[in-house]
Design a protein around this ligand. Structure first.
Ligand SMILES: [Zn+2]
Length: 382
């Protein structure tokens, strides 16, 4: 028997946590035809296709992992994103430059159009995308600002900005010119530039002072000098000024860019993360690693001093805003695609690892119980 106005899916009895609307309160969420149909207390179960009791859990916007490498089988960093994302609350994954202008349509057709996870991408300044060895811009003839900008302009459904990596082993002596060309591409595509820092030849001050409001420093807490702190551990004035100007600080943990002591110190001095992301990639997942997944990365900020609401904002509405997709992503609102995460804060002793061999004890962690992507339900890894 079906009832008119019955929901296909009803998440019942949970705590709605939607930073975009500043709601943190008991509420059910009803889903119909892949979209959010209603949000409120005591929604009717009558005729519902499926009711999930989410009491004790938080219902949040689907998580946005703002830095992954998901061009599996083509780019050397690629991994198959769906199994990990959909078991960990991640409904949108943003690829950080796996494709450049020459192979972007492959990413769109083979990854974005096929994956169940929503896939967006920064387009590499390098025509073939980020690479392992040799680094993608050791030879600047591979830089293609016009092509990268055109790719963003022609693919607004998937491409969200320009990616450039500035580490010495990636660009050799070309850091300054690579950054300049990336900004040229960002200007030509009216889109943000995501800049990978850590072990750069040019100084962090120069990088930060070059970035425009809305550009993104990814690996913002890297311990690979030059970092956002000086040799005495003091946060650079340039970093605090950049944040004031609207430059966005993105965690992108990865295997080498997260040091608990540096993060804690930088946060105490006012340099909070705007976006929490994992930088999960295939080479990382092929070995034991400290990142694991998005909920683990988010959990580390509980003992580091962020509130749960701040952590969810940095994993939902903030990344949505950074790419100008806040009208579609990162909030729970009737009429929007039903992209949701059902998360639980699990009490109990747990130890986290960073990228430099340090450990951090916590008495809580965030776990994914269910992921809802376009109305379909996936079991969480817990
Ligand atoms: Zn990366």
């Amino acid at each position: 028997m079906t009832t008119e106005n019955a929901y296909d899916l009803l998440l019942k009895g949970g705590t709605l946590l939607d930073p975009a609307s500043e709601r943190h309160e008991e509420a059910d969420v009803g889903v119909t035809a892949g979209a959010i149909a209603a949000v409120g207390v005591g929604l009717s179960e009558e005729g519902a296709g499926r009711v999930i009791d989410v009491s004790g859990c938080y219902v949040t916007p689907g998580l946005i992992d703002f830095h992954v490498h998901s061009y599996w089988g083509v780019n050397p960093f690629g991994f198959d994103a769906d199994p990990l994302c959909l078991s960990t609350g991640v409904t949108t994954a943003v690829d950080a430059g796996s494709a450049g202008p020459v192979n972007f349509l492959g990413f769109k057709k083979l990854v974005a159009e096929v994956a169940k996870t929503r896939m967006l991408a920064f387009v590499s300044l390098a025509q073939h995308g980020v690479w392992t060895t040799p680094g993608e811009l050791e030879d600047l003839r591979f830089a293609d600002p016009d092509g990268s900008a055109a790719t963003v302009n022609e693919n607004p459904d998937v491409a969200v900005g320009i990616k450039v990596r500035l580490s010495r082993r990636i660009v050799g002596e070309n850091g300054r010119e690579a950054l300049r060309l990336a900004i040229v591409a960002g200007e030509a595509s009216k889109s943000p530039v995501m800049v990978h820092v850590g072990n750069t030849i040019i100084s962090m001050e120069e990088i930060l002072n070059t970035l425009r409001p809305g550009d993104i420093v990814t690996h913002c807490y890297t311990p690979q000098a030059p970092s956002v702190v000086d040799e005495n551990g003091k946060v650079l004035d340039a970093a605090l000024r950049a944040k004031e100007r609207g430059v966005i600080f993105d965690v992108a943990h990865a295997g080498g860019h997260f040091d608990f002591d540096l993060v804690r110190s930088a946060m105490q001095q006012g340099l909070l993360p705007d976006i929490i992301s994992s930088d999960i990639h295939g080479l990382l997942l092929s070995r034991p690693n400290p990142v694991k997944d998005m909920p683990t990365t988010m959990s580390k900020f509980l003992p580091l001093g962020l509130s749960l609401d701040e952590i969810i904002a940095a994993s939902t509405t903030n990344p949505a805003k950074a790419i100008g997709w806040q009208d579609r992503l990162g909030s729970i609102e009737s009429g929007r695609a039903a992209d949701l995460a059902v998360l639980e804060v699990i009490e109990g002793a747990v130890t986290f690892q960073d990228s430099v061999g340090k450990e951090l004890a916590s008495d809580q962690r965030i776990a994914a119980r269910w992921t809802v992507r376009a109305g379909l339900v996936y079991e969480g890894a817990g």
